[in-house]
Design a protein around this ligand. Structure first.
Ligand SMILES: Cc1cc2nc3c(=O)[nH]c(=O)nc-3n(C[C@H](O)[C@H](O)[C@H](O)COP(=O)(O)OP(=O)(O)OC[C@H]3O[C@@H](n4cnc5c(N)ncnc54)[C@H](O)[C@@H]3O)c2cc1C
Length: 572
């Protein structure tokens, strides 16, 4: 089999030679490096490679290519190789030209390029290689060919195999599903674990497990088991962006911090294919990468993680706050941060609920997009998450239809996403439409029934995949009944608390719930912004507030001193 291709094109001979030198030196062993002097040759070669079924991992193009521009060529490259990463080469210092910034931004919004890249300077140019290898990691992750991918081998895409894939997805662990009766599946099983009940998990180091529980899966993939019966300063419930941020700040400021999540790490964000509005990531970042790095940061700083365990109750006793965790001894804490976010709403169509994992996928596109290469898929929803899902799927699927009940995309979606969707040729939008039924042969989705909300007319359309992105509900049902919530169940905090709900003489701190010492951050909080950055911000602010709160509530002599600065009272 031919190796994947790295293709560069530049009409400037010296510039092309620099790129060729760097690519050959570093990548020629595992990739075929093609450096071409004209757009015409590049176009022809891209078409030929597509016809021969050869993968192109990366296309680099100079800004000016004579008869055309690099942006135009990279836009065309997507037609032949939708999964290739495409970057525009710019010269060192060119970012001083405001016009180029606007050109790159415009080209990115219209999905003509994925990234830009500064031309290599002296050899070896490690910055150039850092960028190239980041593109290649993204490409390998998308292709599910990253060597650290975990294999899930099952006899069907649905059922327990789907649950395991979802669990791995939520732990931000790259994985790849293979049917047991396929040649690849049989080979993996023969080597790793013949004659064992399916599904089987095979780790990159060769260890194999037959149908592990979620908790076992968390342990064997590296989550420390946590210490039983522990007494800590802070329990954080939820390891989404808000909880991870609180963990990083709490642990770094010396609080004994335990994070518990009933899933893995990253929360909702782990299903986001590309977060482009988070500070510091000009090229965007996948939710799972962000989660993985935040988890590692918190872990290195000393936070303890208990994953795949549900927090079932929270009580105040004479000794402080007690957190009850399923299959785990109670944990006592001086303070608790609730970062439990929100959970996806279900479609409520029984025929489609039955196909969950077999064509109907809740919670984003992460692990399923690749499996829908060449398919016809539908995304249901009108918010940013639906727009992002449609764009991500468009890199793989033949056609993506975005279905929404509303009469315009603009009402709930960011302008930049609307423009990107309009500019993506294989995305169609159906307004004023709902999904009322569906089904399929052989236990997997094959069709959907769409209803026009204006006329009531129903239409059955072929569909290989459905990704409902129709909002989420707060995860607060397990909390004490008298903890103040709004009518939708989101937690009230600080100044939003009704006067009669607050039991102490002091004012509540801004993120404090009606239970003193218990803070709420991120999406679960009434009035929160529902963005990664704001969840992360609230997580860090909560730690600052916690120091003040512990100082305010435990000032008596002999009490353990609060960590960090103390004594300041928030104004509420
Ligand atoms: C597909 C998608 C794309 C998105 N894209 C973007 C984007 O591009 N930019 C952006 O800014 N925002 C984006 N968002 C929104 C963003 O992801 C959320 O605002 C953010 O994740 C909220 O973080 P959080 O930590 O408050 O909650 P969550 O991310 O919801 O995490 C909550 C965590 O709490 C855990 N939990 C809940 N109850 C319990 C319990 N009882 N016991 C133990 N654990 C519990 C859950 O398992 C979960 O891991 C996107 C959301 C989705 C779904």
């Amino acid at each position: 089999m031919r190796p994947p291709v790295l293709l560069a094109v530049d009409v400037d001979e010296a510039g092309l030679a620099d790129v060729q030198r760097e690519l050959d030196d570093r990548y020629a062993r595992h990739y075929e490096v093609l450096c071409l002097p004209s757009a015409a040759e590049a176009r022809e070669r891209l078409e030929t490679l597509a016809g021969e079924g050869v993968h192109v991992a990366l296309v680099l193009a100079a800004r000016e290519l004579g008869e055309t521009t690099g942006v135009e060529l990279l836009g065309e490259a997507r037609r032949f190789h939708p999964q290739a990463k495409r970057a525009l080469l710019i010269a060192w210092g060119e970012w001083g030209d405001a016009g180029i910034g606007a050109e790159i931004s415009e080209a990115t919004i219209h999905a003509r390029i994925d990234h830009h890249l500064v031309r290599p300077l002296s050899a070896p140019d490690e910055r150039f290689h850092h960028a190239v290898s980041s593109f290649l990691v993204e490409w390998a992750d998308d292709q599910r060919v990253a060597p650290h991918a975990i294999h899930v081998v099952g006899d069907s895409w649905s059922g327990r195999a789907y649950e395991l894939r979802s669990t791995l997805e939520r732990c931000a662990l790259p994985h790849r599903f293979t049917l047991a009766d396929s040649p690849e599946g049989s080979a993996i099983l023969a080597e790793a674990m013949p004659n064992r009940p399916l599904p089987v998990i095979v780790l990159p180091d060769g260890r194999a497990f037959a149908d592990p529980s979620n908790a076992d899966l968390a342990r064997v993939t590296g989550s420390p088991p946590g210490t039983s019966g522990e007494d800590v300063d802070l329990v954080i419930v939820g390891a989404g962006p808000a909880g991870l941020s609180a963990a990083v700040y709490g642990a770094s400021e010396g609080l004994r911090t335990m994070v518990v999540d009933r899933g893995g790490i990253g929360g909702q964000a782990s299903s986001s294919a590309s977060i482009r509005n988070y500070l510091g990531f000009p090229r965007g970042v996948t939710g799972s990468t962000l989660a993985q790095q935040a988890w590692e940061q918190a872990w290195i700083l000393g936070a303890r993680f208990v994953l795949m365990e549900n927090v079932t109750a929270l009580e105040r006793t004479e000794d402080g706050l007690v957190v009850r965790i399923s299959d785990f001894p109670d944990v006592s804490a001086r303070a608790v941060i609730l970062a439990t976010g929100a959970e996806y709403r279900r479609l409520g169509v029984p025929a489609l609920e039955a196909l969950s994992g077999a064509g109907v996928y809740y919670g984003g596109t992460g692990s399923e997009a690749h499996g829908h290469t060449g398919s016809d898929v539908f995304v249901l929803g009108g918010a940013n998450s639906a727009g992002q899902a449609a764009l991500h799927l468009a890199q793989f699927a033949r056609r993506v239809t975005l279905v929404l009940r509303g009469e315009s995309l603009e009402r709930r979606m960011s302008h930049y996403l609307v423009r990107q969707l309009e500019a993506t040729p294989n995305v169609a939008v159906r307004l004023d439409t709902e999904i009322v039924g569906g089904g399929g042969e052989a236990g997997s989705l094959g069709r959907l029934v769409l209803r026009d909300r204006r006329t009531g007319a129903e239409e059955t359309v072929p569909a290989d995949g459905l990704f409902p992105m129709i909002g989420a509900d707060p995860q607060t049902g397990w909390l004490p009944a008298d903890l103040s919530r709004d009518e939708a169940g989101f937690l009230l905090t600080g100044a939003d608390l009704p006067g009669d709900a607050w039991p102490l003489a002091r004012e509540p701190f801004p993120l404090e719930t009606s239970m003193p010492g218990v803070l709420a951050v991120g999406d679960v909080r009434h009035g929160s912004v529902k963005r990664v950055a704001s969840a992360v911000g609230e997580g860090s602010v909560a730690i600052r507030m916690l120091h003040q709160l512990l100082a305010a509530d435990r000032p008596a002599a002999g009490e353990p001193a609060p960590v960090g600065d103390s004594g300041a009272r928030a104004t509420g």
